[in-house]
Design a protein around this ligand. Sequence first.
Ligand SMILES: *[C@@H]1O[C@H](CO)[C@@H](O)[C@H](O)[C@H]1NC(C)=O
Ligand SMILES: *[C@@H]1O[C@H](CO)[C@@H](O)[C@H](O)[C@H]1NC(C)=O
Ligand SMILES: *[C@@H]1O[C@H](CO)[C@@H](O)[C@H](O)[C@H]1NC(C)=O
Ligand SMILES: *[C@@H]1O[C@H](CO)[C@@H](O)[C@H](O)[C@H]1NC(C)=O
Ligand SMILES: *[C@@H]1O[C@H](CO)[C@@H](O)[C@H](O)[C@H]1NC(C)=O
Length: 641
Amino acid sequence: KTENKDFLDGAGPSQRCDLPVKLLRRGCGPEFMEQSEIKVEVNATVSSTQVSPRDISITLRPGSEASVIVAVKQLERYPVDLYYLVDVSASMQENLDHLKTVGVALSLRMTEHSSDLWLGFGSFVDKPVSPYINVHPSKINNPCSDYEIRCRPAHGFHHVLSMTGNMSEFTRVIKRQRISGNMDTPEGGLDAMLQAAVCQRSVGWRPEAKRLLLLMTDQPSHLALDSRLAGIVTPHDGLCHLENNVYTGSTRMDHPSVGQLSDKLLENHMYSIFAVEKQQYQWYEELVRLLPGSYLGKLGLFQAPNLIELVVDAYKRLLSEVAVSVSVEDKAVSRYWVSVSPLCPNGSTAKDQSCSGVQPDQTVYFNITIGMRSCPDDGEDEDVTVLVRPVGYNESTIVRIHSKCRCSCGPMRHCNDDSQSPCKGTQDSSNQEQRPDHGLIKDSDRDSNRNCRGDGSDVDCSGRGVCECGRCVCEQTRLGTVYGKYCEIDDFSCPYEGGLLCGGRGVCVSGECVCEDDWTGDSCGCSVSTATCQSANGLLCSGQGRCVCGKCVCEDPRHSGDFCERCPSCQSTCQSYWYLKCVDCHLSHGLSQKEAGHCNNTCAPLVGYMDDVSGTATLANRICSEHNCTLGLCTFVVLWI
Ligand SMILES: *[C@@H]1O[C@H](CO)[C@@H](O)[C@H](O)[C@H]1NC(C)=O
Ligand SMILES: *[C@@H]1O[C@H](CO)[C@@H](O)[C@H](O)[C@H]1NC(C)=O
Ligand SMILES: *[C@@H]1O[C@H](CO)[C@@H](O)[C@H](O)[C@H]1NC(C)=O
Ligand SMILES: *[C@@H]1O[C@H](CO)[C@@H](O)[C@H](O)[C@H]1NC(C)=O
Ligand SMILES: *[C@@H]1O[C@H](CO)[C@@H](O)[C@H](O)[C@H]1NC(C)=O
């Protein structure tokens, strides 16, 4: 085991981290390797009604990924909270009047879909500063004084009625509303929406309800940066600023950005409904695209039945569309990637991260794959949370990622552990002999340095490192790693092939290439595979040679070609016999028929003895046809005596 504590002795800790197959080749046994696993654990203790599981832990290392399945189930009936956020600028008078009749009728209409409906109400105009309002003293308190109407001052947002199930209370409050006025066309709708969403306690949103935030307006909205005109440059902080139901941050902070609003709506699981007059439809159409869980309704005139249908349609549409939003904690967003693929109840795997047409009681599954790209710059392990939020649901899934960037198997260097007194301490020398890996702790430089020199060497650490506390710390080079007790080994002094160390097919250990499977040779340039030596007849090198480094080496010098398949001088059986057996035999016994008896066993059928030249051709023909060879080659078989 000590051998492995010495593994890559002297080299930096990072050199000890590599792919398992490479470490194995360098001589580190699998039992000494530490490998952090990819783990996915579900914490089943958190109960859920709609989203499960709620709490997942994942262990990842750089380059790895893990998938989790999150199930989102629609319930049959939900309680519903609907907040009317109404633009009360002068042009909205008629719409406000219609709203009075909405409460009870809508409540009745929604009983089909919801267990109970609660309504709330708030109003907005615009930021009450110049140039959005007329700041003439006579106009501040009654912006409508020119028209001899009494109306209320402009305001960023007033929360008027907290969520209530009492419809007569709702109607009573609406009847009391008066309109207001301002100067420019766009209104402060998004600013007011953010307050209505984040001021949870004042508005009285119920945690178990589906939350609908309905914005009624006949104008477009101001966007972030618009309020620079009024000298307001502070970006919105995303928090609730209600005092006595009045939005006090209106004149201090800019309008929220669409992204910020979208995030707050998601975080507070709200759906948004935009009920706008048809001239503004196009403007809001673009906005709705950027806000998950939003619905755009067109109203010719804000008549009550029209508005009720719009709310019911929006509710049905929003609930039948199930989507998730996955967000990685800001600090780590660049180090992770996420992909989401839903499996819809109808069996399709939609590509756009959401399923539509989902009915109550159906479940949508989301396959969420989270991958880790890299470690933080400091190389430390980190914990990162990823939130999986189904749009509009009051439940979400938290995925806790534990990244594994370090391993606990760094080299054992005791004097480095105690940096206060690097080389102090006592240790008896026999102990040092047995356990060189624990570092030698000596006072004297001379003794200490002796431990940094190999046998017969008079330079410390082979001249490629420094001796620290009796141990070599090897230098790092651009060529590769220097290691070993005396820095005597490196991983780059090996043969090169094709410009690559060990042909790029092995690692260099103590000056020798240790090749990948299937490769061999000094520089791993030799394939062990014989596939490239297989000739057309299925034999290795046509049966005439050996396969060396993936190439045929022909054994019979008469053979040539990539597969030893060519042999112009090789002939048929006739000629082989003639050469090898017959003629030799006859020649060695003299050319007489009598003596030829010695040769009969080897080649009697092949050889005819002739004294009549005229019969030559016939005999030759006969022999040749018996032995299936061509005449030209066979004529020589006939020996003249
Ligand atoms: C599971 O979640 C509960 C509640 O959040 C928490 O107290 C507990 O420690 C978690 N268990 C594990 C194993 O993470
Ligand atoms: C509903 O509101 C009306 C009018 O504000 C009030 O008179 C009535 O008592 C309320 N009903 C309930 C059950 O609170
Ligand atoms: C979420 O809503 C469901 C359905 O209305 C309810 O049963 C559950 O208690 C709510 N969860 C929370 C955390 O409020
Ligand atoms: C199934 O649902 C997906 C996503 O909502 C939809 O795009 C697709 O057309 C549906 N397929 C069928 C066969 O209904
Ligand atoms: C989830 O997605 C990943 C990556 O696309 C895929 O490898 C895995 O098989 C999927 N799991 C299921 C259950 O579909």
